[in-house]
Design a protein around this ligand. Structure first.
Ligand code: PLP
Length: 365
């Protein structure tokens, strides 16, 4: 640890300027769109998609990175000239590198050595450094080592659930509920999201109670993910029973930020269905989104099918978590899918039939 002296006036001036820079970034940014779709098979049910890919850094991790920097600054943990570090091989590293550049700080992403070259390049293009470790299980320990050597450890998995103001401050839940205000079913029957750090589901679940809304929260999880089993048994030591191709969600273990008690339901989704749904989103919305957006769509359709059989109407809101262009060589490449044992077209056809008929025809129904 660096020696801590009494904070100087200069240090406080820098902190104030850093917070002002974050505020100006927020002021320059537009809120993300809430896109509305209806499907022939689901009369009386409105579907809404919160387009988190529209953030400057292309994913919902833009919100998290902004919150983590603000939290570090307001806790006096981040000072002028201090290095910043986090363990992330995905969207978080890109958003954190982007905010480090905004604040004039150096940023290191600790990543497994097997991380795709394209992601490493994305972080480097923003001025970040990638510290590659051979054993993926060691990334957290390595990030902590950087912290002990004086870097500010943003700690997405440790702090995601508390760094965001769950009562408001235009968090994702407040933004959605505000944008729904003039719709025919302004209080959604369901909000559907994935869980990686668990930060998004924690914010939404808390906000729904705080605002005394009847809306229920469904977490869409790759089949065999740790959160699904952990949530069912209320067991924080649960482990994933199978790996997933869907990035950002489907963690091998239950992360500390995933709060069981505010999640009303967990829907498990096969990877092939998630990927087929990402392709379907491209045809519905005219642009590509990542695999976890597909997972959310499948879970939303499963909930809608149940509502339809019960004769219920209402609205379902879900998230588009990141841009699909990051997956051009993976999820959107049929050869790559074949190499990974995914036969996508039949799943896509089944989803298309569900949109038209309202009937849930996928396995696992
Ligand atoms: C992080 C992430 C999620 C899950 O969000 P959390 O708030 O971390 O639970 C879903 N999809 C993508 C693409 C992500 O990067």
């Amino acid at each position: 640890m660096r020696p801590r002296a009494e904070t100087t006036e200069g240090a406080r001036v820098w902190t104030h300027e850093a917070i002002a820079r974050l505020e100006r970034e927020t002021a320059r940014s537009a809120d993300t769109h809430l896109l509305h779709l209806t499907f022939d098979g689901f009369p009386g049910i409105d579907f809404y998609f919160k387009d988190e890919a529209a953030h400057a850094t292309g994913s919902l991790k833009h919100r998290l990175a902004r919150s983590l920097y603000l939290y570090a600054l307001c806790n006096g943990r981040l000072c002028e000239g201090q290095a910043v570090v986090d363990a992330s091989s995905g969207s978080t590293a890109i958003s954190e590198a982007w905010f480090a550049r905004l604040l004039g700080l150096s940023f290191t992403a600790v990543m497994p050595a097997c991380t795709s070259p394209a992601k490493i390049r994305d972080v480097q293009a923003l001025g970040g450094t990638c510290d590659l470790v051979d054993d993926p299980a060691q990334v957290h320990a390595r990030a902590r080592e950087h912290g002990e050597a004086g870097a500010c450890h943003l700690d997405q998995f440790g702090l995601a659930e508390r760094a965001t103001d769950w009562r408001g401050n235009n968090n994702i839940a407040e933004s959605i509920i505000g944008q729904m205000r003039r719709e025919s079913h302004p209080e959604p029957a369901w909000i559907v999201c994935g869980a990686g750090t668990g930060g998004t589901s924690a914010t939404i679940g808390r906000y729904l109670r705080y605002r005394r809304l009847p809306t229920r929260l469904c977490v869409a999880e790759p089949r065999g993910g740790a959160f699904a089993e952990g949530w069912r048994r209320r067991d924080r030591s649960a482990c994933a029973t199978q790996p997933t191709l869907i990035e950002g969600i489907g963690r091998p273990r239950v992360e500390p930020g995933f709060l069981f008690d505010i999640v009303d339901r967990v829907c498990e989704v096969d990877d092939a269905a998630s990927i087929a749904a990402s392709w379907l989103l491209e045809s519905l919305l005219g642009r590509r989104y990542g695999g976890s957006s597909g997972t959310n769509l499948v879970a939303s359709l499963e909930l809608a099918a149940t509502m339809r059989t019960r004769g219920e109407g209402g609205s379902i809101v879900t998230l588009l978590c990141d841009r699909g262009d990051r997956y051009a060589e993976t999820l959107f490449d049929l050869d790559w899918l074949g190499q990974h044992g995914i036969d996508m077209p039949p799943w896509r056809a089944a989803l298309q039939r569900t949109l038209e008929s309202g009937e849930w025809t996928l396995p696992g129904a």
